[in-house]
Design a protein around this ligand. Structure first.
Ligand SMILES: [Fe+2]
Length: 288
């Protein structure tokens, strides 16, 4: 589910200064709840054995299998008890500073609208299915919950350092499209993958994309595509390690170093990469 930026040009008149709005759960139509249920049923069949243990556990403890679009208040009550996070509704993409402020304070912003029935497979703007089904299960994991708060605080600092390009790539290749090693297997945890039927198959099953061991500076230099499946995925060894690296890294000098280096195009492998699977890139070649 591509979401390149968190920028909208103008705040809707009914939004608060922090851009939150009421979810208005009672306003969802039966058709909208049915869309959630259709997407939920499809992904629930696909994800056991593909999604990370942490994501599967989050789905369970948050009781997201209840039919219909979740009520954010009830969901936030459960989440608050587990990790101190809340889910707040926003009308769509919000400005970066607003996004980071919510995240630094353990509030996850979620679109309150749901895609139309003819958009089940693809929607550029994140809707409630992407945001809640895709992202919120990971917020029930204490380590990942800490990681996202650290990310929000890092985002606030990156804004002042004009380094959002680099930090945004960390979000993209972890929170949206991340893979994690579990035992001898790879599992998905990125929301852009777990909320997509096609990419949850592709990310693990296709011989096309490169799967590369996570390395923070490498990830931050790597471009990404927003219009199709990823051509490279980065694999973390564990959520503990992702959190540790994020907390222990001094980002300011790292940004300064990255600004002296060229960006790495998608599908490019470097001599220092630890390659987990070298992709054929056949998927992209067939599309051209
Ligand atoms: Fe997302």
């Amino acid at each position: 589910m591509p979401e390149e930026t968190h920028v909208l040009t103008a705040s809707p008149a009914d939004a608060a200064a922090d851009w939150t709005i009421a979810q208005n759960w009672s306003n969802y139509t039966p058709e909208e709840h049915a869309t959630w249920d259709t997407l939920f049923a499809r992904q629930s069949r696909l994800l056991p054995g593909r999604a990370s243990e942490a994501w599967m556990r989050g789905l369970d403890v948050l009781r997201l299998d209840k039919p219909g679009i979740p009520d954010f208040d009830a969901l936030s009550d459960r989440l608050m008890k587990l990790t101190g996070w809340q889910v707040v509704a926003v009308p769509g993409l919000v400005p970066d500073d607003v996004f980071f402020d919510h995240m630094a304070n353990r509030r996850f912003v979620a679109g309150n609208f749901i895609r139309r029935p003819d958009q089940l497979d693809y929607l550029q703007e994140p809707d409630v299915f992407h945001d809640v089904f895709g992202h919120v299960p990971m917020l029930a994991d204490p380590i990942f919950a800490d990681y996202l708060e650290a990310y929000g605080k890092g985002g606030q600092r990156a804004l002042g350092l004009n380094a959002l390009k680099y930090l945004g790539r960390l979000y993209w290749y972890t929170v949206e499209f991340g893979l994690v090693k579990e035992g001898d297997d790879l599992r998905i945890y990125g929301a852009g993958i777990v909320s997509s039927a096609a990419e949850s198959r592709f990310a693990l099953g296709s011989s096309s994309p490169h799967r590369i061991a996570f390395d923070l500076p490498r990830v931050m230099r790597t471009e990404y595509r927003i219009d199709d499946f990823q051509q490279n995925y980065f694999v973390i060894p564990s959520f503990d390690e992702l959190l540790r690296v994020t907390i222990e890294t001094d980002f300011s000098p790292l940004y300064a170093r990255l600004k002296n280096k060229i960006d790495i195009p998608v599908a490019t492998l470097l001599p220092d990469d630890r390659i987990i699977t070298r992709g054929s890139q056949e998927y992209v070649e067939q599309r051209q």
